[in-house]
Structures are given as structure tokens and as C-alpha cells.
Ligand binder design. Structure first.
Ligand SMILES: [Cu+2]
Length: 290
């Protein structure tokens, strides 16, 4: 105890200094732990986004963090100005206020600086958009159909031509599977790792939205329309998402589970899926597949 106190004196850090350091370490520690666990699914008290596993998700993640830093600087600057006004220009300290109205330099500065900040934000923002809207050649096409309230999937003739429904995994089945509650399905979408997967999304009844946080996208499923998006998952694992368009009574109970596996495991799965699931006679109807 005596030594600790002596040390505190030598570093000039009293009780509050130590408490603050401890709190900072604890906070950082828990944030890091939360981040580490958030692969493919959220975790309690998670502060950060889920770990990105595609190039698009990584770009969104980095852009989000850049924005937070810019925001922090702006907020601290405005806070400093407010404090200066309150402290230096209150009625007691400054009984006769200045009647100045115009200041050309100041007005030019507060017009130009926000423009520069917006340009600085626009450049990485357009870069993310360019990656999102690029249209690489697909290694695999999967058709996704939203129903009230489950998803169904169709795989093309090239990998076996089959279709299946994915319903919420509930009750004992969910407990046994070890998958998270309300996020797991009985049948998963299986895709190979490091391959460009294009999904064509539509809906059979009302509007739904196929969203996968760790892949960095959310795409509307609209009856009578076909939306398309692509992803290249760079890490094997199980990823969870949810319907993200309020679609009715059981909107919260139509999760999405995507299993990213090795090429061999994918081949093995399609071989099994071909016999297990219903055939898509004549193959699923894809729009002009590129
Ligand atoms: Cu829905």
C-alpha cells in the first residue's frame, strides 16, 4: 500500500487518475471483447458493428469509423465554443455585449470549412458506392424469395437445380443446434468461400428485405421485381441476418442463415441437397445471368 502510494506520487497520479485509467482499460477491454465475439451474429452489449467478412462490408466499416472520428472533432469543437461563450461572455463577466454583426473573414471560413468537410466525406463515400455497384462475374447465382414469413432459395441447374424453404429454428431444435435464438433457420443457404455469389431477390406476397450485416448489405425483396446484389465472403463461418422490411405479424421470425464453406464442402453439400430438396424443373428462372 505504502509503495503504491509512493508510486502514485512519483507519477503524479492520484486516486482519480488511477480510477480513470482503470475505467478506460475496462471499457476498452469490454469493447474489444464484444467486437471479437460479433462474428456473424450480434452479442450482448456489442458497441461496434459486426465483424465484416466481405470487401464491401470492410469498406462500410472503415467509412463508418472515419465518420465517427470526424463527428467527434466537430462535436468537441462546437462544445469548446459553447463553453467559451458561457464562461467568458456571461452577464457578470461581460456586462456590455458587443454589437458587431458582420465579419467577412469569419463568414468565409464558416462557409468554406463545412464544404471541405463534406468533400472529405464524399470521396470515401463514393468509393464505397463504386464497390457496391460494381458488377463482377458471378461464380454462383442464388435466387432468394421472400414469403410471409419465411425465405425460400433456388440454386441453378449448374450446381444441381434444387429449391428449399428456410424456416425459423425454434424451441428444442434451436437449443440443440447451439445457434442463436431467433436468428437461425432449419435449412441454411450454403455458399463457397472466396467466390462471387450473386443473389437475385424477389418476394411472393408482400415486401421483405434480405439483410446480412457481416456482408454489408440489405436488399429489398419486392413482388414482381428482381433485385440483384453480390458478395464474396472471405471467411468461412455461419452468418446470421434478418428480414429488414416490416412485412407483417411474423416479420421478426424470418431470419437468414448463410453458411460459408470451403469449395469441397460446398460440392459435398450440393450433392446431398440435390437428393434432399425438391427439384427446380427446368431450372429456376434467373434474369439474364452474367
Ligand atoms: Cu419479411
Amino acid at each position: 500500500m505504502g509503495m503504491a502510494r509512493a508510486q502514485d506520487r512519483s507519477t503524479g497520479r492520484g486516486f482519480w487518475g488511477r480510477a480513470a485509467a482503470l475505467a478506460a482499460t475496462g471499457l476498452l477491454g469490454s469493447v474489444t471483447a464484444a467486437t471479437a465475439a460479433g462474428v456473424g451474429q450480434p452479442v450482448p452489449w456489442q458497441m461496434d458493428l459486426q465483424v465484416p467478412v466481405t470487401a464491401v462490408a470492410t469498406e462500410i466499416y472503415n467509412f463508418h469509423h472515419l465518420l465517427n472520428w470526424i463527428m467527434l472533432v466537430v462535436v468537441l469543437f462546437v462544445l469548446a465554443l459553447l463553453i467559451a461563450v458561457v464562461v467568458k461572455f456571461n452577464e457578470t463577466k461581460n456586462p456590455t455585449p458587443s454589437r458587431t454583426t458582420h465579419n467577412t473573414m469569419l463568414e468565409v471560413a464558416w462557409t468554406i470549412v463545412p464544404v471541405l468537410i463534406l468533400v472529405a466525406i464524399a470521396i470515401p463515400s463514393f468509393r464505397v458506392l463504386r464497390t457496391q455497384l460494381s458488377d463482377p462475374k458471378a461464380d454462383l447465382m442464388v435466387k432468394v424469395i421472400g414469403h410471409a414469413w419465411y425465405w425460400s432459395y433456388e440454386y441453378p441447374e449448374a450446381v444441381g437445380g434444387f429449391k428449399f424453404d428456410a424456416n425459423l429454428l425454434e424451441g428444442e431444435d434451436q437449443v440443440k443446434s447451439g445457434q442463436p435464438k431467433l436468428l437461425a433457420t432449419d435449412n441454411e443457404v450454403v455458399v463457397p468461400v472466396n467466390k462471387i455469389v450473386k443473389i437475385q431477390v424477389t418476394a411472393a406476397d408482400v415486401m421483405h428485405s434480405w439483410a446480412m450485416p457481416s456482408f454489408g448489405f440489405k436488399i429489398d425483396a419486392i413482388p414482381g421485381r428482381l433485385n440483384q446484389f453480390w458478395f464474396k465472403a472471405e471467411r468461412e463461418g455461419v452468418y446470421h441476418g434478418q428480414c429488414s422490411e416490416l412485412c407483417g405479424q411474423r416479420h421478426a421470425y424470418m431470419p437468414i442463415t448463410v453458411k460459408v464453406v470451403s469449395e469441397q464442402a460446398f460440392q459435398a453439400w450440393t450433392a446431398e441437397a440435390k437428393t434432399k430438396f425438391a427439384r427446380t424443373d427446368g431450372g429456376p428462372k434467373f434474369a439474364e445471368a452474367k
